[in-house]
Design a protein around this ligand. Sequence first.
Ligand SMILES: [Ca+2]
Ligand SMILES: [Ca+2]
Ligand SMILES: [Ca+2]
Length: 150
Amino acid sequence: MISIISSRLSGDANSYIEQMFRTFDMNKDGYIDFMEYVAALSLVLRGKIEQKLRWYFKLYDVDGNGCIDRHELLNIIKAVRAINGCDHDTSPEEFTNRVFDTIDINGDGELSLEEFVEGARKDEEFMDVMMKSLDLTHIMTMINNRRHSV
Ligand SMILES: [Ca+2]
Ligand SMILES: [Ca+2]
Ligand SMILES: [Ca+2]
C-alpha cells in the first residue's frame, strides 16, 4: 500500500513531505522522535482551527520569508492534490489564482499570516484544501515511513 502511494507521488508531493517532515522535526536533528510525533499528532487531531492555520502558514512558507507567494501556494495545491489523488474541476493554477484574487486583500501578490488565516476562514473551498492537506491517513504513513528510513 505504501509503495503504491509513493510511486504515484510527484516531485511536488515529495518536497511537500520533506517540508512537513522538517516542520515536525522541531529540534532539527533530522529525526522525528516520539515526542515530536506525539506533538504533531495532537496538533492534527486536537488543534484549534487558528492553531492549525498558523501551523499551515509556517509549513507553506517554504522559503521562510514570512509571506506565502503565488508560487509557494501553487506547489502546495499541486502536492495536496497529488497526495489525496482525487479529481478536480479546476487546475491547480486556476485554483491558486482564484484564492489569491480572493484573499490577498492588499493585492501585493503575497499572503501575510493575517490574510491567510482570515482568507481560509472566509473561503470554504480553500479551507477544505487546507484541512485535506493534513489528511492523516496519507501524511502520517509517509512521515512514519520516512522516520524509519532516515
Ligand atoms: Ca527531531
Ligand atoms: Ca515565502
Ligand atoms: Ca497581501
